[in-house]
Design a protein around this ligand. Structure first.
Ligand code: DAH
Length: 380
């Protein structure tokens, strides 16, 4: 056993220290290690191991503890070697004494350089400051369209409506035929609708939900139908080939256009503000008669059509915004589901959720809803 292994054997010098590059701290390290190794191979190895251990310390505390093990007054490995010198034969003492002292001095230089480097790192502006408040963990939230949907579901829940969901991949029969679309209606065309096969398509609106609900249930019905819808659109800033709608259906005896109007006014005030004005304009939809579109006074200009001295850009000067389709359920739709149109009456309405969100938040681009860009989504 050489005297170096003896020291290692005391356990004062763990092999498993993370090593660092001593040469970056003491440029002459390699030459010096070689000088000591030439003097005595064991000393060279010990020196190199100690130097790498000091250079690899991860903190001031770790550096202090490693330094104690190497050079500590009580148990330091180098200290112990120096203490053994007087017991050696005179020749050996002469040969090794200088080497031990050089090793000790160079290791002290490496330690000092390492301590300075650790202190510099701690002074850097990006160093850990334990007095700073913690970082809040990132918590997700509902998508802006889900917020609008839930707000609408809340509103209609308060008016006595329940939710009915129906498939996105729908039979042509439900999407069109039973909703009184004539066989040659252009919406059935492949240019306008995504077909899965010759009977199944991606629903172009949420209205087919009414047919399914009515086939399943008897009147009276008060239902809303939220969901995703698809059209083979040319995509641009205001058109996407998928979007979201919410339909409503009210079926009972003696339901009138006045009931429809009051329901839509309640909706409009809740979503667009108490002061909003509304108007119904006759419009053709195959599944309602009479059919209408509802406009609300422009959310941007309040209905004046002007903003400052120029034309309002939101309503293009008209003062009105079209927000939904509505009407009294067509007798043919009641016939298609087995209801007696002489006895049964009802109204329906359908709206686009993207449109509501865009008007409310001033969102200029429908594509933003689906891009999943946090910079956009975090704003709502
Ligand atoms: N389903 C129609 C569409 O997507 C919108 C609509 C119009 C729904 C009139 C209705 C309604 O419920 O009564 O264009």
């Amino acid at each position: 056993m050489t005297r170096y292994e003896g020291n290692r054997g005391r356990g004062a010098f763990p092999e498993e220290w993370d090593g660092g590059d001593a040469a970056t701290l003491l440029p002459a390290h390699a030459t010096q290690a070689a000088e000591l190794a030439a003097l005595d191979a064991g000393l060279g190895e010990l020196y190199d191991r100690a130097a790498r251990g000091l250079a690899g310390a991860g903190s001031s505390a770790e550096l202090a503890s490693r330094s104690t093990q190497v050079m500590g007054r009580e148990r330091g490995v180098i200290t112990a070697l120096l203490a053994e010198l007087p017991d050696l034969p005179i020749e050996e003492r002469k040969r090794l004494g200088g080497g031990y002292n050089k090793a000790k001095r160079w290791l002290a230089e490496i330690e000092a350089a390492k301590r300075a480097a650790l202190e510099r790192a701690a002074d850097r502006p990006d160093a850990l400051d334990v007095t700073l408040p913690g970082r809040r963990p990132w918590v997700g939230h509902r998508h802006v369209l889900a917020q609008i949907r839930d707000e609408l579901l809340d509103l209609f829940h308060g008016l006595g409506y329940s939710v009915y969901t129906s498939p996105e991949a729908e039979l042509e029969e439900y999407n069109f035929t039973k909703l009184n679309f004539p066989p040659d209606h252009p919406a059935r065309d492949a240019h306008d609708t995504y077909w899965v096969d010759d009977r199944v398509l991606l629903r172009t609106h949420t209205s087919p939900g009414w047919v399914r609900a009515m086939e399943e249930r008897k009147p009276p019905l008060r239902l809303v139908f939220p969901g995703r819808t698809y059209r083979a659109e040319q995509v641009d800033a205001s058109h996407m080939d998928q979007f979201h709608q919410l339909d409503g259906l009210f079926v009972d005896r003696h339901v009138s256009m006045a009931d429809l109007k009051s329901t839509l006014n309640t909706f409009a005030r809740s979503i667009y503000g108490q002061g909003v004005k509304t108007r119904l304009i006759p419009v053709y939809f195959p599944f309602v008669e009479p059919g209408a579109q509802m406009d609300v006074s422009c959310v941007n200009c309040g209905g004046s059509g002007r903003s400052g001295s120029s034309r309002c850009v939101v309503c293009r000067g008209s003062g009105w915004l079209e927000v939904l389709g509505a009407g009294m359920v067509h007798p043919n739709v009641f016939r298609a589901v087995g209801y007696d149109p002489e006895e049964t009456t009802g109204f329906a309405f359908g709206m686009g959720l993207e449109r509501i969100a865009m008007l409310r938040h001033g969102i200029p681009e429908i594509r933003l809803f689906l891009e999943n860009d946090q910079r956009f989504l975090r704003q709502f």
